[in-house]
Design a protein around this ligand. Structure first.
Ligand code: PMP
Length: 432
């Protein structure tokens, strides 16, 4: 009897293309066979270091033993009931722990969903229900998801919004503050005020949603002063402030929530991604009276807050404490920034190195000129890094930002090996 031929990346890609719509994009043509902490091995046995972390999902790495153990234990008890039908303690315990972690000296409540987009959708529903107002303000270059409401909030057309409109009404975009690219905090806040003048009166705005550090938009960091003034503006007009911490949350930026570093307490925070170390769950945490606005039955979802994901998320919280991962995030971030800044001295194309905690990025521009984003170089750098055994991800309005989302649990040696590959790949693509 003949053995089935071993799967190869190329043949699997051909099957993928035949079976799956092209709209489901693909940044790397590498099929994973196994992952462990910050390393993966593909179906051909090649090893890679993972600086992508499944887009910010693996702050605790691939298959953290404590998380795997918690999920296995849960598998042996029950895997699904639908929380609204038969409740279970892990959901309640997780809500209690997240309520205690979220900033703000007021009573909080938390609900769980499955994806980040769903968390954002629910935050908007809750804001509308509480304020009895309709409009929502989001920011340019923001990313809030791929469902129709969240696409409406997302501030980038291609490839996310192209061909999918119309989007829900009453969504407006203000300018995100980005001094590096010419938008000051004053200008950003003035653009919110101009929405009140040109588009909708402040008294009809339910919520303003903002990422404390824009993820897909290019790791643009909202200055603390901006978040503080936005909070004051919301308070002035009875508007709820929602921090979308789906990419920044779960310790990526050196605190559990990035917004903590500004001293601002949002009315609601959305989170997902790394909160359960690779298991699908998202959350909305917020002021108890706001969260309680929708009537019973108005919120929920069949799989929302699955027992397996709740068990994983509880284990993630324990791992953060046991392994001191918030401190590790800050220390790793300083190390990444210092190493990348050294690389920037040798590579003019690195126009900026920025980050908050371990949420770190480099911006690639022609001749280091911030007005000339070099998306082509970002693509070539990702491809060359893959060839050399490092998984990298780009982001940014112009696709010219390389973001680093390496697991916080990665060893210094692995992190430095990955940085060495970026350095070598940069040299290779600029010569070649
Ligand atoms: N908000 C932010 C800030 C995100 O980064 C993302 C995902 N990249 C989302 C929302 C949407 O999350 P999901 O893909 O799980 O729906």
């Amino acid at each position: 009897m003949q053995n089935k031929p071993k799967a190869q990346n190329a043949s699997l890609m051909a099957r993928r293309q035949a079976a799956i719509p092209r709209g489901v994009g693909q940044s790397h043509e590498v099929f994973i066979a196994r992952g462990e902490n910050a390393e993966i091995w593909d179906v051909e046995g090649k090893r890679y270091i993972d600086f992508a972390g499944g887009i910010a999902v693996l702050n605790t790495g691939h298959r953290h033993p404590a998380i795997v153990e918690a999920v296995k234990a849960q598998l042996d008890l029950y895997t699904h009931t639908c929380f609204q039908v038969l409740p279970y303690e892990p959901y309640v315990e997780l809500a209690e722990r997240i309520n205690a972690l979220a900033p703000g000296d007021f009573a909080k409540k938390t609900m769980f969903l499955t994806t980040g987009s769903e968390a954002v959708e629910n935050a908007v529903k809750i804001a509308r229900s509480y304020t009895k107002r309709a409009a929502v303000i989001a920011f340019t270059s923001g990313y809030h998801g791929r469902t129709l409401l969240t696409l409406g909030l997302t501030g980038k057309v291609a490839p996310y919004k192209t061909g999918f409109g119309p989007f829900p009404a009453e969504i407006f975009h203000a300018q995100f503050p980005d001094a590096l690219h010419g938008v000051s905090v004053d200008e950003s806040l003035a653009s919110v005020e101009s929405i009140f003048k040109n588009d909708v009166e402040a008294g009809r705005v339910a919520a303003i949603i903002v990422e404390p550090v824009q993820g897909e938009g290019g790791f643009n960091i909202a200055p603390p002063e901006f978040l503080q003034r936005l909070r004051a503006l919301c308070d002035q007009h009875g508007i709820l402030l929602i921090a979308d911490e789906i990419q920044t949350g779960a310790g990526r930026t050196g605190t559990w929530f990035a917004v903590e570093q500004s001293g601002v307490a949002p009315d609601m925070i959305t989170m997902a991604k790394s909160m359960a170390g690779g298991f699908p769950i998202s959350a909305v945490v917020g002021r108890a009276e706001v969260m309680d606005a929708p009537a019973p039955g108005g919120l929920g979802g069949t799989y929302a807050g699955s027992p397996l994901s709740c068990a994983a998320a509880l284990a993630v919280l324990d791992v953060f404490k046991k392994e001191n991962l918030l401190e590790r995030s800050r220390q790793l971030g300083s190390h990444l920034i210092a190493s990348l800044k050294t690389m920037a001295t040798r590579n003019r194309c690195i126009a900026d190195v920025r980050g908050l905690g371990a949420m770190v990025a480099i911006e690639l521009c022609k001749g280091g000129d911030l007005r000339q984003p070099d998306a082509d170089m970002a693509k070539r750098l990702c491809a060359e890094a893959t060839r050399r055994g490092l998984i990298l991800l780009s982001c940014g309005t112009y696709g010219n930002v390389i973001r680093i989302l390496v697991p916080l649990t990665a060893s210094d040696a692995i992190v430095d090996e990955g940085l060495g590959i970026i350095d070598a790949a940069l040299a290779a693509i600029q010569v070649g």
